[in-house]
Design a protein around this ligand. Structure first.
Ligand SMILES: Nc1ncnc2c1ncn2[C@@H]1O[C@H](COP(=O)(O)OS(=O)(=O)O)[C@@H](OP(=O)(O)O)[C@H]1O
Length: 346
């Protein structure tokens, strides 16, 4: 949304500046110039509208409804009664990505990413699924891989509903919504999280300084979001208070890298979509060190994720990583039991 309105305003800005110059130079023909200008502006508005439509923004915005009965205190995942919320001027499915805040710490941190997926099929529909995390799990990759499915519409920007606008309420999260969680080894996830923060704040204390409450005693600081987010079993406990396990799909962040087609097969099955995204869509980019999408027909270049994905991680002392791994082990085992899926992190 922000990206599109930026295009519109800069477009108009440039054009108006150009016009005032013309007016000064051609005093006698200013009326003709003005009428040309208004035709031109009308065309810009029409093209802008078309641009919005093609990107799915012409659909009516969801009407905020605050569901107090289902207001989840811990993770603040809202559910509602399944009423329709979106217009359907654009006939396709919809994917949104946003960060989920961790309300146990006052909403400042973001343990998860959220992507909602909706099938419109020409009628007004709720998102059918939300990718609720986790932060640095590989949610962007999943979004981009899903985006190529013809029955999915991806909206690139994150609505930040859970961490910024939750109090406004929103009624497009239905009780029937499926939830997708991309999980990744909590130790590498924590390092990835730290790497991201470090890239924005180079003066950040070292990983080990932040990870330990008391380094000598080896006490892990669970108040640090980079650590806390990886305690998946705890988050899952909260989610299960509101959603049955059958409506959750756990995608392996590791397999999304080593076998993207395999994981995408599971995701498509879960969403009830035809298995359109297959291994013929991927190739492994040696430079990037990750799978990328092959050049789509009619496009000039293949698509890899941007520089902010797959950043090199700083070297963390191995004893620090070991201690962190020991800390997570019981939570991981519980998570495997709860999900019935061994992610092989231990
Ligand atoms: N295909 C592909 N290309 C690039 N990166 C990939 C891919 N698949 C998964 N990943 C991993 O995704 C990690 C970032 O996860 P997220 O997209 O969830 O991050 S974020 O929370 O939205 O910032 C990112 O973490 P880092 O490697 O630490 O940067 C990647 O390891």
């Amino acid at each position: 949304m922000r990206r599109v309105s930026c295009v519109v305003s800069s477009c108009c800005g440039v054009r108006l500046m150009g016009c005032s110059k013309w007016r000064a130079a051609f005093n006698f023909g200013h009326l003709r110039v003005q009428s040309k200008l208004s035709v031109f502006l009308t065309m810009i508005i029409l093209f802008t509208y078309l641009f919005y439509c093609l990107n799915g923004y012409c659909e009516s915005l969801p009407r905020p409804v605050y569901d107090q009965q289902n207001n989840i205190q811990k993770n603040k995942i809202p559910v509602d009664d399944g009423r329709e919320a979106r217009g359907a001027a654009c006939n396709a499915s919809r994917v949104v990505r946003e960060q989920l805040s961790d309300s146990s710490r006052g909403g400042g941190d973001a343990p998860s990413s959220n992507i909602s997926i909706a099938n419109n099929f020409g009628s007004k529909k709720f998102p059918q699924a939300i990718i609720i995390g986790v932060k640095k799990g590989g949610t962007r990759a999943l979004l981009e891989f899903l985006r190529i499915h013809p029955d999915v519409r991806a909206v690139g920007s994150e609505p930040h509903f859970f961490d910024r606008f939750y109090d406004k309420g929103l009624d497009w999260y239905s009780r029937h919504t499926k939830l997708i969680v991309v999980v990744r080894d909590p130790v590498t996830r924590a390092v990835s999280d730290y790497t991201q923060t470090l890239s924005k704040s180079p003066g950040l204390p070292s990983f080990q300084n932040l990870a330990f409450r008391n380094a000598t005693a080896g006490l892990i600081d669970t108040s640090w979001s980079a650590v806390r987010i990886g305690i998946y079993a705890k988050h899952l406990e909260n989610w299960l208070r509101f959603f049955p396990l059958s409506r959750l799909l756990f995608v392996s962040g590791e397999r999304l890298v080593t076998d993207p087609a395999g994981e995408m097969g599971r995701v498509q099955d879960f969403l009830g979509l035809k298995r359109v995204v297959t291994d013929k869509h991927f190739y492994f980019n040696q430079t990037k060190g990750f799978p990328c999408l092959k050049k789509p027909e009619g496009s000039s270049r293949p698509r890899c994720l941007g520089k902010s994905k797959g950043r090199p991680h700083p070297q963390i002392p191995s004893d620090v990583l070991h201690r962190l791994r020991d800390f997570y082990r019981p939570f991981n085992l519980k998570f495997y039991q709860m999900t019935g899926h061994n992610f092989g992190w231990d």
